[in-house]
Write a protein that binds this ligand. Structure first.
Ligand code: CP
Ligand code: NVA
Length: 305
């Protein structure tokens, strides 16, 4: 039975843990060169309405590694690009494909696709969330030696899709999360409310990055201007300056804290060059882990575990 992954809230704690456990196994299998053709004969579409380097390419490689056929669907080459509805597109693609991975703007676009489609639908980023990124990141955090059910994450920067998905993940997995954002750039209020109600752990939203990083095991940052917000970037850089991840801020976290970044990075904005260089190995391993976690997500959505 196929399952959608539209939001982190679609997963229980046990499901999230199983996906991450499977990601460890799949990484090991890849390094050992073990062939895994669980998806032989399947065709999986990748419909990306925004740019992507990591998510799209890692999913394409994951699909190929699993023995399936990856089909990149450029909306500009499809009738979707000249007004065919999402619902009709979903119904038609359901007749050809076995699954679809979608990156788009409003969450309502992917939700609408999923309602009209009989395929497993995987969210590869919307304005609201980036669930597959957060799954890969929890895998990386575990690899770095932290207990993902009991650690503290500080998210510093814009209250964007990544922040929203971490808030949901903290509620489900039970880790402490402190999100530091400038006033007016808070994460989605419905997600905060729902998560704080659900959580046994501490989920805090602050405007002070030093409060957020206190006792943090992991400091996480992301671009200050997300895709689709380019027109709103005027003046934003000044407002965000105090939220830069630099050596002073990192010195207020735990001594063994690691810095993660989903990439792409804008050195000199959300992260300084020296901090990026210091944690480069961890950050690029984090990017690699999207491949292994992506396979685990595919297996989960296709009902293989
Ligand atoms: N981290 C991430 O989602 O990167 P891409 O935008 O390159 O896919
Ligand atoms: N918040 C960023 C994440 C990119 C992976 C964006 O939406 O552009």
């Amino acid at each position: 039975m196929g399952k959608n992954l539209l939001s982190i809230f679609d997963l229980s704690k046990d499901e999230l843990k199983s996906i991450i456990k499977r990601a460890h196994e799949l990484k090991k299998e890849k390094k050992e060169g073990t062939e895994n053709t669980n998806f032989k004969g399947k065709s999986i579409g990748l419909l990306f309405e925004k740019l992507s380097t990591r998510t799209r390419i890692s999913f394409e490689v994951a699909i190929n590694d699993l023995g399936a056929n990856a089909i990149y669907l450029n909306p500009r080459d499809m009738q979707l690009g000249r007004g065919e509805t999402i619902a009709d597109t979903a119904k038609v693609l359901s007749r050809y494909l076995d699954g679809v991975i979608i990156r788009t703007y409003g969450q309502e676009r992917i939700d609408e696709f999923a309602v009209s489609s009989s395929l497993p639908v995987i969210n590869a980023l919307t304005d609201l969330g980036h669930p597959t990124q957060i799954i890969a990141d929890l895998f990386s955090i575990e690899e770095n030696g932290f207990n993902i059910e009991n650690f503290k994450l500080a998210f510093i920067g814009d209250g964007n899709n990544i922040a929203n998905s971490f808030i949901a993940a903290a509620a489900i997995m039970g880790f402490d999360l402190s999100v530091a954002v400038p006033k007016g750039f808070e994460p989605n209020s419905d997600i905060i409310k729902k998560s704080q109600k659900l959580a046994n752990s501490k989920i805090e939203i602050t405007n002070d990055p030093k409060i957020a990083v206190k006792n943090a095991d992991v400091i996480y940052t992301d671009v200050w201007v997300s895709m689709g917000q380019e027109n709103e970037s005027n003046g934003k850089l000044n407002v965000f300056e105090p939220f830069q991840v630099n050596s002073d801020l990192v010195s207020h976290a735990n001594n063994d804290a690691v810095v993660l970044h989903c990439l792409p990075a804008h050195e000199g904005e959300e992260i300084t060059k020296d901090i990026f260089d210091r944690f480069e190995k961890v950050i690029f391993e984090q990017a690699e882990n999207k491949l292994h976690a992506g396979k685990a997500v595919l297996e989960y959505c296709f009902g293989l575990f």
